[in-house]
Design a protein around this ligand. Structure first.
Ligand code: ATP
Ligand SMILES: Nc1nc2c(ncn2[C@@H]2O[C@H](COP(=O)(O)O)[C@@H](O)[C@H]2O)c(=O)[nH]1
Length: 306
């Protein structure tokens, strides 16, 4: 028995390897935060500058760049070369000039992606029952060039909803796996009930092929997309009036009165967030609201069918 007990050097080795695993996990968490838009690359670089031995400072510049949406391995190598940074460098080990070049690169990239006049990624958000789903369905039907992102959700399908078209319906374990694997561009618990998330691959794939993509998601999700892909245009859909919003929610009849009351409370907070958005569209008429959203993508509608 006694001879099986770890000797002091073994204890040190075990402790060191546990610390290494914990540090690796902490670095992976930071990379996921950048990839999911929970923190911007500039924020992480600032943290690494403040604390070069902290988790951000220990991140290799190569891994840091790859975690930024739309930067792959080839692009990363080109950027490293252009910035004259060796692949072995960690963020905390950059010299002042290298750090300045990296910061300038990130700032310019963010500004350039925001200024692109033909928005490739448009996020439609707004309070409950304002008509986001109805406007998105109109766009799906009338503007076939727009790719509509299909979200994953842990809620059960409603009658008529189709797997892979309305949503990807997944259980909690699968949603956890998607989050852990960094497969979601953003995710949120909506109305304090179920989790919803945007699969990253189809969105970044379609955008990099030059297609326009529409996300119909809640306000927390819109904020995350703004951080992950600052070039996205954020549209806030407004009701013509508060009374009309209440009428639409009650008229839809899909929530019990207690849930309706809870959603209306949240709606007040959500309406207060409209200033964070790039555009505001009032949903008086579904077709007009859809056209205003699609106009941001510089697309033409499909010809009317006879
Ligand atoms: N322009 C409009 N005029 C009149 N009614 C509308 C209009 N747009 C949507 N509606 C109606 O309002 C109700 C809510 O619409 P919808 O379900 O699309 O809202 P939503 O914003 O997606 O809601 P949630 O976030 O709760 O899922 C529906 O009954 C829909 O038919
Ligand atoms: N943050 C995200 N919100 C999403 C996503 N997909 C949908 N939603 C929002 O959830 C509510 C409820 O939708 P419902 O279909 O259950 O009525 C609605 O406000 C959607 O906009 C997502 O991927 N991410």
């Amino acid at each position: 028995m006694a001879e099986n007990r770890p000797t002091p050097p073994d204890v040190d080795r075990v402790a060191a390897s546990r610390a290494a695993v914990a540090a690796r996990r902490a670095r992976a968490a930071v990379k996921n935060q950048i990839a999911e838009g929970k923190r911007t690359a500039l924020e992480v670089l600032a943290a690494a500058t403040d604390s070069p031995e902290g988790v951000e400072g220990r991140l290799r510049v190569t891994e840091f760049l790859i975690s930024i949406p739309a930067i792959g391995v080839t692009k990363m190598h080109r950027i490293m070369e252009k910035l004259e940074i060796s692949p072995s460098k960690r963020l905390g080990g950059l010299g002042k000039h290298q750090r300045d070049r990296l910061r300038d690169f990130l700032t310019t990239r963010t500004a350039a992606r925001r200024m692109d006049s033909s928005a490739k990624l448009v996020v439609l958000a707004g309070p409950t029952a304002v008509g986001k789903g109805t406007v998105a369905a109109h766009i799906r039907q009338h503007y076939p060039d727009v790719h509509l992102s299909v979200s994953a959700t842990t809620r059960a399908p409603r009658p008529g909803e189709i797997e892979g078209v309305s949503y990807f319906f997944v259980d909690d374990a699968e949603f956890d796996r998607m989050v852990e694997a960094g497969e979601l561009l953003e995710w949120a618990t909506v109305h304090n009930a179920y989790r919803y998330g945007t699969p990253r691959g189809p969105v970044t794939g379609a955008v990099s092929e030059g297609h326009s993509v529409l996300l119909e998601i809640d306000i927390q999700g819109a904020r995350s997309v703004r951080r992950a892909m600052p070039e996205a245009r954020l549209v806030f859909l407004l009701p013509p009036s508060w009374d009309e919003l209440v009428r639409r929610l009650i008229g839809r009849g899909t929530e019990a009165p207690a849930e309706q009351a809870r959603r209306l409370e949240t709606a007040k907070l959500e309406l207060a967030a409209q200033g964070e958005f790039d555009y505001r569209v009032v949903n008086h008429d579904v077709g007009e609201a859809a056209r205003e959203v699609v106009d941001l993508m510089n697309l033409r509608p499909a010809p009317l069918l006879p």
